[in-house]
Design a protein. Structure first.
Length: 279
C-alpha cells in the first residue's frame, strides 16, 4: 500500500483530466462497439458513418464521472486500508476491490445518464444528435412527470453497475498490484506515467474481455425502444441468437479499453506525479 494517501483535490483534478482525455480520444472506437452490439445491426445503426455522433454527451459527462470515481476510490482506500490490511483474504487486493467497487457506483450517478444519451445518438436514434436524444427523454415528463424522465435517464443502471463492478474488481487490483511490484523492484516511491499506462493497458484488456457479455446486455437494454428487464434481454438473446452475440464487439472493446486503460491510468498518474503525490 502507499504510505501517503492521494489528497482529495488531487484525485478530483487527476480524475477529471484522465476521464476527459480517454473518452474524447477513443470515442470513435466506442461508437463502433455500440453499433456492433445493437440489435438493429451494425450498418442499420450507422456503420462507419458519423462515428462522432453522441460526442456532446461524452464531453459533458467524462470529467465529473471520472472525478467521482477517483475521489471515492482514493477516499475509500484510505479508510479501508488499515481495517482490511491484516485480513486472511489479502488486505491490499481486498481494499482495492472494495474501493474500486464503491468508486464505480458513485461514478455511475453521472455515467449512466451520459451513456443512455450517448449510445442512442451513436446508434443513429434521434438523428444521431445527443441534444435531440436528451430532449426526447425530457419530453417523457409530459406524460409521466419527473419519475418518467428519471427512469429513462437511468435505464440500464442495474446492468451498468453489474458490468462495471466486476470489471473494476479485475482491473484495479491488477493495476495496483503491478505498480506495487514495480515500486518494490526499483525502490522508488512512485511509478512513472508510462509505467502506469502500460500496467493500465494490460489490466484493462483482461477486464474488458472477461466482462464483454455484461457490456452487450447493458447496450441492448439501453437501446431498447421500450423498458425491458435484463433477464428478458438475456433470455431472448440466448433463445434466439445463441452464445456468439454475447461476445459481439469484443475486439473493439478490448482494443478500446486496452488503449483507454493506458491513456486513462497513465494520464491520471501523470497529473498525480506532477502535483507531487505518490499514487
Amino acid at each position: 500500500m502507499e504510505n501517503q494517501p492521494t489528497p482529495f483535490r488531487t484525485a478530483l483534478l487527476a480524475g477529471a483530466v484522465a476521464g476527459t482525455t480517454v473518452d474524447l480520444s477513443l470515442f470513435p472506437l466506442d461508437t463502433l462497439k455500440t453499433r456492433l452490439q445493437s440489435s438493429a445491426g451494425f450498418f442499420a445503426s450507422g456503420g462507419f458513418a458519423g462515428i462522432y455522433r453522441g460526442i456532446g454527451s461524452a464531453v459533458v459527462g467524462s470529467a465529473p464521472g471520472a472525478a467521482f470515481f477517483f475521489c471515492t476510490y482514493e477516499s475509500a482506500k484510505q479508510y479501508l486500508a488499515p481495517r482490511l490490511q491484516n485480513t486472511r483474504f489479502g488486505g491490499d487486493a481486498l481494499t482495492h476491490m472494495a474501493a474500486a467497487s464503491l468508486g464505480e457506483i458513485a461514478a455511475c450517478a453521472v455515467r449512466v445518464p451520459t451513456e443512455v444519451v450517448k449510445q442512442r445518438a451513436q446508434a443513429g436514434q434521434h438523428g444521431g444528435s445527443s441534444a435531440r436524444a436528451l430532449r426526447a427523454i425530457l419530453a417523457t415528463s409530459a406524460t409521466g412527470g419527473l419519475p418518467a424522465v428519471w427512469r429513462e435517464l437511468y435505464r440500464g443502471w442495474g446492468i451498468t453497475v453489474f458490468r462495471e463492478v466486476p470489471f473494476t474488481v479485475i482491473q484495479f487490483p491488477l493495476w495496483e498490484g503491478m505498480k506495487a511490484w514495480r515500486r518494490r523492484t526499483t525502490g522508488r516511491q512512485q511509478v512513472g506515467a508510462a509505467e502506469s499506462a502500460a500496467f493500465g493497458s494490460v489490466a484493462g484488456a483482461v477486464a474488458a474481455a472477461a466482462t464483454t457479455p455484461l457490456d452487450v446486455l447493458k447496450t441492448r437494454v439501453m437501446l431498447s425502444p421500450e423498458r425491458v428487464s435484463v433477464a428478458a434481454v438475456f433470455g431472448r438473446m440466448a433463445r434466439e441468437e445463441g452464445v456468439r452475440p454475447f461476445f459481439a464487439g469484443v475486439a473493439p472493446r478490448v482494443t478500446w479499453i486496452s488503449i483507454g486503460g493506458a491513456i486513462f491510468l497513465g494520464s491520471y498518474q501523470w497529473v498525480v506525479n506532477t502535483l507531487g503525490m505518490p499514487a
